[in-house]
Structure formats: C-alpha cells, structure tokens
Ligand binder design. Structure first.
Ligand SMILES: *Cc1c(COP(=O)(O)O)cnc(C)c1O
Length: 400
C-alpha cells in the first residue's frame, strides 16, 4: 500500500510532559482533585436519563454556588471567555449603551465583547490598581442612559478586587441597568450573592476558583434578565452556539442543542459536589486564611505585594519583582528546581501566585513559598526565607 503523504513522526506525550507533573500554582489552570480527574475520564451519552440526572444536579449545585434561585443556570462548552460572550451576546442588544468598569485585562475583554455585538461600550477606567468606587459609578450612570454595566469581581491580571461589587450592583439596578459580573477566578473562593446583590449574569470558568478542568464553563442569568432580554426577544443573537434560548433546550428541556462536553460536565459535577460538601462558608474561610497566610509569608521574607490591602484580591496574589531580578528567571528556576509553576503577568513586572480551589492547601503553600524564596535568591535577591516560612506557619496555625 502506498501512502499519498508520509505519516508524521510524533514524539509521544510522555517525552513531552515533565517526568513529574508541576504543581500548578499560577493564575490557572489549577490542580484538580482526583475525583474531578476520574470523572473527566468517562464518556456517557449526552442525552438520556443518566445525563438528565447529572444536569439536574449541576444546576442545583450551580444555584447554591451562585447563590441564586434562578432556573437559568447554563453550562457552556468553551472557556470562561465563551461564558462571558454568552452573557453579552444574549443580554446586550446592538446599539445599546454599556458601562464597562475597567480595572485590568479581563474587564477590558468585556469591552471588546460588547463592541462585537455592535453595542456601544463606555469605559470607566479605574487606575492605580484599585477597585471601583460605587460613587464614581453612580456619577457615570447619572450622566447618561445605560442599559447594562459590566465588571469583574476579581481582576486576575493585576490582582485587584472590586470589593464593593454589592454596592455597585445595587447602584446599577437603581439606574435600570442589567449587571453582568465576571467571577471566573473568584466564584466559590469569596462571597458573591447573585440574588441578594441584584446581579443579572454571573460568569465562571472551570479551571480557576472551581478547581475543575478548562473548557467547560458555567453561567447564570437572573429571572429578570431572562424575561426582559431572552424569553421575549425580537431579534436572534449573533451566535448560534451561545444562544441562551437554544442552550435552554439542553439545560432545562432535556433535548438537543449541541453535543454537550459530557466528560467535562461530569468533571464539573464533581468539582461542584466538592464545593457543596465543603460548604461555601468553610471554603471562603479556607481561601482567605490560605491567601492571607501566603501574603504574610511573602512580606515577612522581604518582598512587596502589588496591591494595597483594601483593594487586594485573595484569589490571585501579585508580588512585585525587585528591579534587578528577572521574573522569568525566577519562574524558570521554580519550575526546574522545585517543580512549582507560577505566573508572570501581561506587561507588569510582577509574579502571580494563585489561591483558587486546590491551590489553597497548607502543603502547597509551604512548597510554593519555599520555592519562591529559594528561586529569588538564585536570581540574586537577598531575602529572609526563615522569617517568611515562620510567618506562614504562624498565620496558618493562629487562624483569622
Ligand atoms: C481566566 C479569566 C477569564 C478567561 O477565562 P478563559 O477560560 O481563559 O477564557 C476571564 N475573566 C477572568 C477574571 C479570568 O481570571
């Protein structure tokens, strides 16, 4: 038999992947629990009784995690960005005006999504690594008619938190706006009460706060948003895959939209089940304790954090890199010598350590802080490593 084109010579995966998996302590993807990994290895029929039970539970757990009673919890086959796009594509009509609160890279992505559905984004830029001020938002809303407001809860890019999200959402509602919140890195790591705060769409991804796999995401629409913009809409949204009415066929009516990412949904089911088993209250406490302990340890070593305490995100910790130190060298040393991976940043001279899901475990903190300190030393920085490790230990054992 003659092949028309020679088959390529391919290096097997085991020769590409590191011998020992790296501990993923960056800004996502994050390590997944064994139960999530096991679920992700199973394929079942995307329709039928088994899948219906799984979907029913994913929605029920989703309502708990989003803190909503809405019946419009919907999964998306795609990254967190696809869930962002789904929220925007179904709630923002061409020609409408949207106030986009921008404190970094991901909030600016929302601007782009708004523009692409032919709506008009108006930017409220928040500078200096700060969270948005509800009064500043209110002044903007008074000055012009807006249909919606978009914002992130946590800006993974520069580790800023919009800590007054609840007040901003209430102000936006008072001005008749729908509120769209990106909670990709924060959901299940810190409080977000969709119904009580009046949020109309909450977006999350798999690979961050929830500690599931990347590529299967979840979002929730409020009952109000669904009635106003989706149930009685006059025009079709631009995206067929992201059409919420079509997605509703699968997520609420047990029928076919597109073939659901079954393995990923099983993984998400397990990730959500572990959240429910832990309870949100305990999970929030664990994340806060671990993140603050890590921050204290980093500072006690002699390094500085990027963001002031009042606006600081706990889900991702941003560390200033001293001027004479190369961030890339530190990361490279951490990966090679300690098998710990952390993140750099888009354009900022910082290192970022994630505190999402499985990352917030005491044993991972000790290994990561040690690897950071030792790699900073290798890159030429003078640090008090024992003081840092001692502070981490002290903080974790004292609690908050
Ligand atoms: C990671 C992230 C996203 C994008 O998620 P993808 O899965 O990469 O599309 C959006 N918003 C925030 C806040 C994020 O942290």
């Amino acid at each position: 038999m003659i092949e028309s084109v020679n088959a390529p010579r391919i290096v097997p995966l085991e020769h590409i992947l590191p011998d020992e998996p790296l501990l993923m302590m960056g800004a996502g993807p994050v390590p997944i629990p064994q139960k999530v990994a096991a679920a992700n290895s199973i394929v079942i029929n995307h329709l039928g009784e088994t899948m219906n039970r799984v979907i029913g539970q994913v929605k029920e757990m989703g309502r708990y995690v989003f803190q909503t009673s809405s019946s419009h919890v919907i999964g998306v086959s795609g990254p967190g960005s696809a869930a962002m796009e789904m929220a925007v594509a179904n709630l923002v009509l061409p020609g409408s005006r949207v106030l986009c609160i921008c404190n970094g890279y991901f909030s600016r992505r929302m601007v782009e999504l708004v523009r692409r559905v032919r709506a008009e984004p108006v930017l409220l830029e928040v500078h200096d690594n700060q969270g948005a001020d509800p009064e500043a938002v209110e002044r903007f809303l008074q000055d012009g008619h807006f249909d919606a407001v978009t914002l992130v809860q946590g800006e993974t890019s520069n580790t800023v938190c919009n800590t007054r999200l609840d007040r901003i959402a209430r102000v936006a509602k008072r001005h008749g706006c729908l509120v769209i919140v990106d909670a990709v890195c924060t959901l299940s790591t810190m409080p977000l009460e969709m119904d009580r705060w009046g949020v109309d769409a909450v977006i999350t991804g798999g690979q961050k706060g929830l500690s599931s796999i990347p590529g299967v995401s979840l979002l929730a629409f409020s009952e109000t948003a669904w009635q106003q913009k989706i149930a009685h809409r006059e025009a079709l949204p631009f995206h067929w895959c992201l059409d919420a009415q079509l997605a509703d066929k699968f997520w609420n009516q047990k029928s076919y939209h597109y073939t659901a990412p079954v393995s990923g949904i099983l993984a998400l089911h397990e990730a959500l089940r572990l959240v429910c088993e832990e309870t949100l209250t305990r999970r929030f406490y664990r994340h806060r304790l671990c993140s603050e302990a890590l921050q204290a340890g980093i500072e006690a070593m002699g390094l500085q954090l990027l963001v002031d305490k009042a606006h600081r995100l706990n889900s991702v910790v941003g560390i200033m890199v001293p001027q004479h130190v190369s961030a890339d060298r530190v990361r490279d040393h951490m990966s090679r010598a300690h098998k710990v991976e952390i993140s750099g940043a888009f354009g900022l001279n910082i290192l970022r350590i994630g505190q999402m899901g499985e990352q917030s475990r005491a044993h991972n903190l000790f290994r990561t802080l040690h690897a950071l300190g030792s790699s900073m030393r290798a890159a030429g920085e003078v640090l008090d490593m024992p003081a840092g490790m001692a502070e981490l230990e002290r903080y974790l054992s004292n609690g908050i």
